[in-house]
Design a protein around this ligand. Structure first.
Ligand code: SAM
Length: 267
């Protein structure tokens, strides 16, 4: 049973926050000012929605579970600044969420963990003009998102999200802060998308192809893992790497995002 007698659905990633201090901390980290509009992903029973509405000018809360819509509508019936949208966040039309004059658009949420990556990459790939994205995710995923080159956590997710913006972890949240209690610990991360990206749309495709191929065999040297990319033989790959100041014996996890960006333009 979840909070307040509501039967939580595991399949929808429903683990409701019950720790008041954590709720306040997430709402603070979301960074909303009184002129800002915030889209909340998966409001559930509305605890974070409430805290966000104390700080933002407008909250648009997108919830998939139809059982929660009457609960949310009743809870916020007297708060005009809260709009409840019934739908799937992966299909949400982000053009509906516009910043008001003098404010910016922000995104926040205690995410349904089963779709963490598609939610985050979807927002970034669609160029949603959000100033910040503050989300609770599984702790392991948070560690991967903010990882620096060189460690085991550094991979495709780290490079992809750090390509799109600045990332930081703001809070570790133990499982007992939720009801029902999840099997994993959680953490809150904040992403601030860059206003201008380093690559154009076509170049980005090459960049992500390169990153995926490099990490597809992360134990191998780059000259091996990248051989075959864009029809290049191993010797050609070694030449491009050397010309870009990258030792072909290095492995995928040692390259910085900037090195991947530069290499993707050449390979
Ligand atoms: N914000 C609430 C809290 O912190 O207590 C609930 C967080 S719970 C981890 C995730 C919420 O996302 C649930 O309410 C779930 O129904 C909702 N959800 C799951 N999949 C969704 C989707 N595709 N689109 C929108 N909401 C979704």
């Amino acid at each position: 049973m979840g909070s307040k007698g509501f039967k939580a659905k595991k399949s929808l990633g429903q683990n409701f926050l019950r720790d008041e201090q954590v709720i306040e901390s997430i709402a603070d980290a979301a960074g909303c000012g009184p002129a800002d509009t915030v889209v909340e992903i998966g409001p559930g029973l509305g605890v974070l929605t409430d805290a966000l509405s104390e700080r933002a000018g407008k909250v648009i809360a997108v919830e998939l579970d139809d059982r929660l819509i009457p609960v949310l509508s009743a809870r916020f019936a007297l708060k005009d600044s809260v709009e409840i949208v019934h739908g799937d966040i992966l299909k949400y039309d982000w053009k509906e969420a516009r910043a008001e004059e003098g404010g910016v658009l922000r995104i926040a949420g205690n995410l349904p963990y089963y779709i963490t990556t598609p939610i985050l990459l979807g927002i970034l790939e669609k160029d949603v003009p959000a100033k910040s994205i503050c989300v609770m995710v599984q702790k392991e995923v948070a560690d991967r998102i903010v990882a620096s080159p060189g460690g085991k956590d550094y991979g495709v997710l780290s490079v992809s999200l750090q390509y799109y913006g600045k990332v930081r972890k703001v809070l570790d949240v133990p499982a007992e802060c939720f009801s029902p209690r999840p099997k994993v610990d959680s953490a809150v991360v904040v992403l601030e998308p860059f206003e201008k990206r380093a690559l154009g749309k076509e170049e980005e495709k090459a960049f992500f192809r390169l990153v995926k191929q490099a990490f597809s065999q992360r134990r191998k040297t780059l000259s091996n893992s990248l051989s075959g990319i864009n029809g290049l033989q191993k010797e050609d790959v070694e030449k491009v790497l050397t010309e870009n100041g990258i030792d072909p014996k290095r492995r995928a996890e040692t390259l910085s995002v900037e090195e991947y960006i530069n290499l993707s333009k050449e390979i």
